[in-house]
Design a protein around this ligand. Structure first.
Ligand SMILES: *[C@@H]1O[C@H](CO)[C@@H](O)[C@H](O)[C@H]1NC(C)=O
Length: 520
């Protein structure tokens, strides 16, 4: 697998073709445009599983297996792992309950769910996890009797039958002290019952269920076959990057999708029939008994060969109704990069709004301390331009005068360096983005590039902390050019004093702030 990546890399040096990038983004937008959204209990019924080992901010490594029936009853299983390949299980969290769907106001075609959790149980999957749970509980609730945690043994940490207040919406809200004041509380008398509030920061919130969307997305491997096979995806709400805020967070965007576990199936939506197929990512059969965590195979950790061209594989969604596609080029000889972020006003990336292009030098700093196979990268953002595709934006965001020189026109890129950025949009130039990068192969053997996921709040962090989770991957689509003369020319024009970065600012935050002010 590793070698394949190398071959692609080396061949790329000789064959100059950027048309592959165009082809791949055309395919991606074809898939986006043919995607059908239908969020209903009827389609929700069934089993949904992760496409691969998922990384959440923290980092946390998980596999999800969620099952619903057509009345909205659910069993949610989250297997947590010690490693980023999901080879060694840490613990499993299992929740039972019921959901009801309401139309979402924040995401078109999605639903807000009203959640009623019946019970939550936790199973440590090895001795270290059991020991760690013992430690946390002893620290959070000193003196309380707890059944000691044991490997493979299920602990009930929440049961609505013993919860007089029925805190369905926020299980974590009560404090240990309140419970302690009522000695007759069945929780305290029941030696098999543990208290959810004693888990400290280990709070496995199920807030992701508050926002959900079901969609059918074409599988392009089988383009010629009619009817076109689709995979069924369940998109659940995003997880807040700050674990302290997770329990109260109301998601506005989505995580990576879960895939419906089906034998070839046909569904009818608005009297059209669609053939549903399982894409061959991880085999559904490894989720055997449901409760036993699957062991995935260790992923090869590829070196950070970022050079070349990369493009989005689908329309990406970010918090606060932000939709975009990305395209990056990295040049090896002078360590320069250029990246396009193209923004749209709809979740299928049909209606373009504006494009931000940024460029500069980059430095691969070294291995990331938290995440194996991940490299720290510093993006020096030296130049940026903004292309407005929607006339309204020029006036609404008061670009004139503050962002670049001269008149603003639709469809004409405007250099922002001459005004050291664009204050109304929060763009400051030059600046440095402290990021992380990781390369992986997907199941087809394509090279995928992962860049860090910005904080949910989108605020530039005061500390030098780097992201602990990733955005959706970009796929390699172009050869490795050693340098680009035009980019060199642009970067070499001396506009700044020494080109030294003055401020810390993240490119992603810039864009987020821009849109925040734009859409409010
Ligand atoms: C949790 O609730 C489900 C569904 O009501 C039930 O089948 C299961 O036995 C409960 N688990 C525990 C440990 O109480």
């Amino acid at each position: 697998m590793l070698w394949l990546c190398w071959i692609v890399f080396l061949v790329g040096v000789h064959i100059s073709s950027t048309s592959q990038c165009g082809k791949l983004s055309t395919l991606a937008s074809f898939e986006d445009h043919k995607t059908i959204v239908e969020t209903s209990l009827n389609l929700l019924a069934g089993s949904w599983i992760s496409e691969g080992c998922e990384i959440r901010p923290g980092p946390e490594y998980i596999l999800r297996s969620y099952t619903f029936d057509d009345t909205g009853k659910f069993q949610l299983i989250q297997h947590h792992y010690w490693d980023d390949s999901c080879t060694s299980p840490q613990l499993s969290v299992i929740a039972h309950g019921r959901i009801q769907l309401r139309d979402s106001l924040v995401q078109p075609g999605a639903a807000n769910a009203v959640l009623r959790v019946g019970n939550v149980t936790v199973v440590p999957q090895d001795d270290s996890a059991a020991k760690e749970l013992d430690r946390v509980v002893a620290m959070e609730c000193p003196g309380r009797y707890w059944k000691p945690w044991r490997r493979y043994e299920e602990h009930t940490i929440y049961d609505s039958r013993y919860d007089e207040k029925r805190r369905f919406t926020n299980l974590w809200a009560s404090s240990y002290d309140q419970i302690n004041q009522h000695p007759g509380n069945p929780k305290l008398d029941n030696p098999y019952f543990s208290d959810i509030t004693c888990l400290g920061s280990l709070k496995w919130a199920f807030n992701e269920l508050k926002l959900l969307k079901i969609q059918l997305r074409p599988i392009l491997d089988d383009l010629k076959r009619k009817p076109m096979p689709m995979k069924m995806e369940l998109l659940l709400g995003d997880i807040h990057s700050n674990f302290k805020l997770r329990e109260y967070y109301n998601p506005t965007s989505f995580q990576v999708p879960l895939i419906k576990r089906v034998k070839d199936d046909v569904v009818f939506i608005n009297r059209h029939s669609f053939r549903i197929k399982n894409p061959n990512t991880i085999p559904a059969s490894i989720f055997t008994t449901g409760r036993a965590p699957p062991h995935l195979i260790e992923k090869p950790h590829l070196p950070p060969y970022v050079w070349g061209e990369w493009t989005s594989t689908r329309c990406e969604v970010r918090p606060m109704g932000l939709y975009l596609t990305r395209r990056f080029s990295f040049f090896s000889e002078d360590s320069t990069w250029i990246g396009d972020h193209k923004f749209y006003s709809d979740p299928f990336c049909k209606i373009p709004k504006f494009i931000v292009t940024a460029a500069g030098h980059f430095a691969l700093v070294g291995p990331n301390k938290e995440m194996k196979g991940t490299t720290d990268i510093d993006f020096h953002i030296e130049r940026a331009s903004l292309t407005v595709l929607d006339q309204r934006m020029i006036h609404d965001m008061r670009l004139q005068g503050l962002c670049g020189l001269d008149q603003w026109k639709v469809n004409v890129p405007k250099e922002l360096s001459s005004t050291n950025g664009c204050a109304p949009l929060g763009i400051s130039l030059p600046s440095v983005l402290k990021d992380v990068v990781k390369l992986e192969m997907d199941y087809r053997g394509s090279c995928m590039l992962f860049l860090g996921q910005v904080d949910t709040d989108g605020l530039p962090s005061a500390s030098n902390e780097r992201p602990s989770a990733f955005q959706l991957p970009l796929v390699r689509c172009g050869d490795v050019a050693t340098y680009s003369q035009s980019l060199r020319d642009i970067l070499n024009k001396d506009i700044y004093h020494n080109g030294v970065a003055k401020s810390m600012f993240s490119l992603c935050s810039i864009i987020l702030l821009m849109t925040l002010s734009f859409f409010r």
